[in-house]
Write a protein that binds this ligand. Structure first.
Ligand SMILES: [Zn+2]
Length: 252
């Protein structure tokens, strides 16, 4: 009788142990699967950034900070501080341009520092993949297309940014703080139009200091060989869209 009780107790213990091991193995398996899924997700993110960068490098574009390490870079579309309010670029945080454009930017930077040793160029956007161009274009559904094109190029036509020949930037002080240009980057309205500065000064909507700051940027960029545009104080082209299309391929 006592032996029988002992056998029953031992079997019960075995069953509990087996049950526990079963549950434990099941949990281990689940953790393993979660870890695998998480690793694949992380690899995906890394590959995405490497893909953009590898594609740009393969197409011959260069990292502007490798050409001139004094240039500051803060890609606004790689943050949520942009007009979309979302991170459009993900892990793409480096400013790439065609070598001829990066060389012009280094010239502009050199000119700026020769005349204002405490100032630096601060790049907000450079080469922009066309997939990101669609996201920016679709983020302004309320603007009619002809109005929208003042601020975001139609992805079907392609932006000069998509060829790595345009740059958006400002001027910052030694601490990296941007100078007051009268509006934020990507401000959609007349206050950002270089073509309206004289009127805006007269009406008191822009100060002389803000226009002088824009002039510091424009002078340096012109010296580097860039052209300003009518609607955005921050945008400069190294080549016209027609020439960029003839010479370079779009970054997708
Ligand atoms: Zn631009």
């Amino acid at each position: 009788m006592r032996f029988g009780v002992i056998c029953v107790m031992m079997n019960a213990k075995k069953n509990v142990t087996r049950g526990f091991t079963k549950v434990h193995r099941g949990t281990q398996r689940k953790i393993f699967v979660y870890l695998c899924v998480f690793s694949v997700y992380l690899c995906g993110l890394t590959l995405k950034a490497q893909d953009f960068e590898a594609t740009m490098a393969k197409q011959g574009l260069v990292d502007v900070q490798k050409v001139d390490p004094t240039i500051l870079v803060e890609l606004k579309y790689s943050t949520t501080d942009n007009f979309v309010g979302k991170d459009v670029y993900g892990d793409l945080t480096r400013a790439y341009m065609q070598p001829m454009a990066a060389k012009k930017l280094a010239e502009a930077s050199k000119y700026l520092q020769a005349h204002n040793p405490n100032l630096r160029l601060l790049v907000y956007d450079a080469a922009r993949p066309r997939s990101a161009q669609w996201k920016l274009w679709n983020a302004l559904p309320d603007l009619p297309e002809n109005e929208r094109q003042k601020y975001v190029a139609d992805p079907r036509k392609g932006s000069i940014h998509n060829y790595g020949c345009a740059v958006d930037l400002t001027v910052a002080n030694q601490d990296g703080k941007p100078l007051d240009m009268g509006t934020k980057y990507d401000f959609f309205g007349e206050l950002a139009y270089p073509s309206r500065e004289a009127e805006l000064l007269k009406s008191g909507k822009l100060t002389q200091q803000q226009i002088d700051n824009r002039q510091i940027l424009r002078t340096a960029m012109r010296q580097g060989g860039f052209s300003p545009i009518e609607f955005e104080w921050w945008h400069f082209n190294a080549l016209s869209r027609e020439k960029a299309k003839m010479v370079f391929r779009v970054v997708n």
